[in-house]
Ligand binder design. Structure first.
Ligand SMILES: *Cc1c(COP(=O)(O)O)cnc(C)c1O
Length: 393
């Protein structure tokens, strides 16, 4: 499909390959490998496989390729590589490009497993990592130096929803010759055009909004064709982080409804966040498009909408938060986000439990902080549910 189509059309059609049967829904090529017509054909394919030629599902598969093409078209990059999970995408993007002696600068406010990769794994292989406050451009400027190979950050951080100025950080990184790797899960490809703002590599956990129905783990690396096929693919195809064809099919179906789901969930999140500000049992609400957000102007500039997730600090610390979580009838206590079902999470005791209390404090993850991922339920029902649960604090 060509570039002149709008994103909503690309979400439905791009990448589709029909077999000789003309099936409407994309076929699931649930096969590990592919037969060759002759020994000569096998030899030729191992020398150079064409775009419609496959060898082994760890390297590529037609259903997975459909998803990669559609994801690249949605993100606006030349190509994409699908992975078994979001973490396989983050790990693959970084490990594929880095080697001993390289220097990386990363934002401190990262998803727990992302922090583990930059703090624990990369240094084991001789990669030097400096962590900065991602919202402070002076810290990025001071940390990036000649020899910095990559900068890494979440465009909107989890769970405190800090917004990193992508264009400004990219300018600092590019001046030093570093690549910009951005995890854009919270902003989704709909609300922030991350690659247009200067990111060289954009990674997603497709477990979140792309599937959006809590069914499967997945991830994707979106970047230039050279990065995807010459840097990421050789690493990933030999280390085994491939997405399964069945998962790719689920993700293709997810993309078809992504725009509708994410916009509806975002409208609900924005409405709930605004309504909860000033509630007597709520200390603060964090949501990028609320005027009270510390980087509200940047969030308005960089994000078309505020996203499907907001965080709130309830009164009464951990006890208050637990009473609130246990009092909800509709929103489920779990740790996914971007799901069609509303999900509520207590980061301090679950996703960020591994961190010390001091480290949590530095990231603003207080005992009363609760993350709320708005689903597709009726927002009035959700508001009534939240109000009733807040009354129990
Ligand atoms: C969930 C998440 C990941 C990890 O994705 P998985 O699919 O769980 O491996 C990485 N980054 C962010 C911002 C996430 O929310």
């Amino acid at each position: 499909m060509t570039d002149d189509l709008s994103r909503r059309t690309r979400l439905v059609h791009t990448g589709t390959r029909r077999s000789q049967y003309g099936e409407m829904a994309e076929a699931i090529f649930l096969t590990q490998g592919f037969a060759y017509a002759s020994a000569e054909q096998a030899e030729a394919r191992f020398i150079a496989a064409g775009p419609e030629e496959f060898i082994y599902a760890r390297y590529g598969n037609p259903t997975v390729r459909m998803f990669e093409d559609r994801m690249a078209a949605v993100e606006g990059t030349e190509d994409a590589f699908a992975t078994a999970s979001g973490m396989a995408a983050v790990n693959g993007a970084l490990m594929a490009m880095l080697r001993a002696g390289d220097h990386v600068v990363a934002s401190r406010a990262l998803f727990g497993s992302c922090l583990y990769i930059v703090e624990e794994i990369l240094p084991r292989f001789g990669v030097q990592v400096d962590l900065v406050d991602g919202t402070d451009l002076a810290q990025w400027r001071a940390a990036v130096r000649p020899g910095t190979r990559a900068v890494f950050f979440e465009t909107v951080s989890n769970p405190t929803l800090e917004v990193v100025d992508i264009a400004a950080v990219a300018a600092i990184a590019h001046a030093a010759g570093a690549l910009v790797v951005a995890d854009n899960v919270f902003a989704t490809p709909l609300f922030t055009d991350t690659q247009a703002l200067g990111a060289d590599v954009v990674v997603y956990s497709t477990t979140k909004h792309v599937d959006g129905q809590g069914r499967a783990l997945g991830g994707v690396i979106c970047a230039s064709r050279a990065f995807v096929r010459k840097t990421a693919e050789p690493y990933l195809k030999h280390t085994g982080g491939a997405m399964s064809p069945f998962t790719a099919w689920l993700m293709l179906k997810g993309l078809e409804t992504l725009d509708l789901r994410v916009r509806a969930q975002t409208a609900t999140a924005g409405r709930l966040a605004a309504a909860l500000e000033g509630h007597p049992a709520v200390v603060r609400v964090l949501y990028p498009h609320l005027p009270s957000h510390p980087q509200h102007a940047l969030a308005r500039r960089q994000m078309e909408a505020g996203g499907t997730v907001f965080s709130l600090e309830v009164a009464g610390g951990k006890e208050g938060a637990f009473r609130f979580l246990n009092g909800l009838r509709i929103a489920t206590i779990s740790n996914n986000l971007g799901d069609s079902r509303s999900i509520v999470t207590h980061p301090a005791t679950t996703t960020h439990q591994r961190l010390s209390e001091a480290a949590r404090g530095a990231l603003g993850i207080t005992p009363g902080l609760v993350r709320f991922s708005a689903g597709l339920e009726d927002p009035d029902d959700l508001m009534a549910d939240i109000t009733a649960a807040l009354a129990l604090i």
